[in-house]
Ligand binder design. Structure first.
Ligand SMILES: Nc1ncnc2c1ncn2[C@@H]1O[C@H](COP(=O)(O)OP(=O)(O)OP(=O)(O)O)[C@@H](O)[C@H]1O
Length: 247
């Protein structure tokens, strides 16, 4: 299957993407001929059993890894055709990341972490937008703190602000609530959902958690590097049922 074609247009899409690891004798096909679209202004979750290729797909979509075959298009740009320097610049300018491990710079304050991608690009933040993101994430009184002085939930909110501040084409989130308690998880997922609804952001999120996936508009299910099923407007129960079928 190739998944629903989104009429509002794809923010990012793959064409017959394959990714193999190892040598001829030990070859593992992490992704096989995967063609899928991620609609602009939509929140898509990627699920599947361990080893099904979720992280590999996310990394190929985000230009963090190169497919062995096929193409990845971010908007109209064929990411797979770019040299490393251009790809690094494209990632910096067009893509936001939220990882399970927060990945904040320990020596920088929360505010410096949030504006880091813009600083690296030599761009000034749009102050009104920065204020909106900071207040939506309730970080106003934490901006001068360093990551070690923040809770896990607060650190992940800083990481979300950093991902959003440049108004990227796509935010990629890899298990963003994997290290958080249920309250902080709900905050982060609620924010990602709100960023899609209110700000028109595009979000692609890998998760193991049916409750997290239920915040998305659409859930894709991978197994053995292939797209096996898809749910629109999912509930946690429907996601759980689908996961059981895949297992
Ligand atoms: N660098 C690598 N070298 C060799 N094999 C790899 C590498 N990265 C991933 N794989 C293999 O590719 C397959 C897909 O891995 P991937 O990490 O994408 O799965 P996943 O669905 O994200 O798994 P999990 O839910 O456990 O994180 C697995 O069989 C994995 O062992």
């Amino acid at each position: 299957m190739t998944g629903t074609v989104d009429l509002v247009g794809a923010a990012v899409r793959t064409e017959s993407v394959g990714k193999s690891y190892g040598t001829e004798a030990t070859r593992i096909d992490a992704l096989a001929e995967l063609t899928v679209e991620f609609g602009r202004g939509r929140f898509t979750a990627i699920m599947g059993p361990s080893g099904s290729g979720k992280s590999t797909l996310l990394h190929c979509l985000a230009g963090l890894d190169r497919p062995s075959t096929g193409r990845v298009l971010l908007g109209d740009v064929d990411v797979t055709a770019l040299d490393d320097t251009t790809l690094t610049r494209l990632r910096r300018d067009k893509v936001g990341f939220v990882f399970q491990a927060f990945n904040l710079v320990p020596t920088l304050t929360a505010l410096e972490n949030i504006t880091l991608p813009l600083d690296l690009a030599g761009r000034k933040p749009d102050q009104a937008w920065l204020d909106t993101v900071v207040s939506t994430l309730a970080l106003g009184d934490r901006l001068t703190h360093r990551p070690s002085e923040l809770s896990g939930g607060q650190q992940q909110r800083v990481a979300c602000a950093r991902a959003l501040v440049s108004r990227p084409e796509v935010v990629f989130a890899d298990e963003p609530t994997g290290n958080l308690d249920s309250r902080s998880s709900a905050d982060i997922l609620g924010f990602l959902h709100q960023s899609v609804r209110e700000f028109g952001q595009t979000v692609v999120m890998v998760t193991h958690d049916p409750t997290a996936a239920a915040y998305a508009d659409r859930v894709l299910f991978l197994a053995d590097g292939r797209l096996r099923a898809e749910l629109l407007d999912p509930t946690a129960d429907a996601v759980l049922d689908q996961m059981k079928q895949l297992d």
